[in-house]
Design a protein around this ligand. Structure first.
Ligand code: ZN
Length: 319
């Protein structure tokens, strides 16, 4: 492996780590948002002196309002974390070029360097608006349907409790179990419909997946635009053996990493043919750069000094 590969892919791996940290932080935020919604719902319920019809009507409105608030907050968090995920991926290309610029004192125009850091707005839109997915559903649409389901589940607990003439304290306890930790075996018997449906589970999974997809599509977009990238390489995650192969056998990732479908070398794909990673896949799509840093630096230098190199015009087109 030559030094340009090593540089690019070590920048890429740093970016993956950064994206993973951002994901952990984002999931934490989601948990907090759900917790505060749950606290408010329980607080309001505990001010009741008993569940009268009038009270439950009022509470129903309150649930709607809290779910609306929850959905809005989740949508905000997901938009910003997806944008940041794209920025982290785009920074790999920017840092790569900056490194070469410094190493060979090329004096590349600042606007060009900035351009190398820009995200692909179209792809961000496709992830957020849903065009990337077969069903075309936007993230906010998915978030709304989870929120509505949460609201229905809460309603179901109230209605069922009242039909069974439970005391309002018992009902609140059930509500608390559902909203806080939904693993009590008695709760399981009573509410089979709800069991194990952690209230924040779907939103967490949705965001984790979307952030991974965003990083992936931006990373592929960088490679597609980069004239020095000959291919992308499917690198199995370090935990692939213990998490996957030892427990469940090989999966499609082993196939990607071990095949040479395009005669570009084992595990290599043209950038526009790299498969989309399955959910929870931790493999990395690195890029293959045949030219060394010296060669790339020399070429960029000649281009800056006026030599006509059309693929560099293409790559660093500004404006
Ligand atoms: Zn994988």
């Amino acid at each position: 492996m030559n030094n340009s590969n090593a540089l690019y892919n070590s920048l890429l791996k740093d970016a993956v780590n950064e994206k993973n940290k951002l994901t952990a932080k984002t999931l934490n935020k989601i948990i907090k948002i759900y917790e505060s919604t749950a606290d408010d719902l329980l607080k309001k319920a505990s001010t009741s002196r008993g569940f009268t019809r009038a009270w439950t009507k009022d509470y129903e409105r309150y649930i709607k309002y809290k779910i609306l608030e929850l959905n809005n907050e989740l949508a905000k968090v997901s938009d910003s974390s997806i944008r940041t995920s794209a920025e982290i991926a785009a920074s790999v290309q920017g840092d790569f070029l900056s490194y070469i610029n410094n190493k060979y004192t090329l004096d590349i125009d600042k606007s060009m360097l900035e351009f190398a850091y820009t995200t692909n707005e179209k792809l961000i839109g496709q992830i957020i608006q849903g065009g990337f997915y077969k069903d075309n559903r936007s993230l906010s649409d998915r978030i709304w349907s989870y929120g509505n389901q949460n609201g229905k589940d809460i309603q179901y607990i109230l209605t069922k409790g009242m039909a069974e003439q439970k005391s309002y304290l018992e009902i609140i306890k059930d509500l608390e179990k559902f909203l806080k930790s939904n693993t009590d075996p008695d709760f399981k018997k009573t509410y089979t419909k709800l069991y194990n449906r952690k209230v924040d589970y779907n939103a967490q999974r949705l965001l984790r997946t979307a952030m991974n997809h965003m990083f992936y599509v931006q990373n592929v977009s960088n490679a597609k635009n980069n004239p020095y990238a000959e291919a992308m390489h499917w690198e199995l995650s370090a935990e692939h053996g213990t998490r996957q192969v030892d427990r469940f056998g090989e999966d499609e990732c082993d196939d990607y990493a071990n095949s040479d479908y395009y005669n570009l070398g084992q595990g290599n794909f043209p950038p526009d043919k790299v498969p989309v990673p399955h959910p929870n896949c931790l493999c990395i799509q690195t890029i293959v750069i045949p030219k060394s840093l010296d060669e790339i630096g020399r070429e960029l230098g000649e281009w800056i000094n006026g030599k006509d190199i059309s693929y560099l015009d293409e790559w660093l087109k500004v404006g």
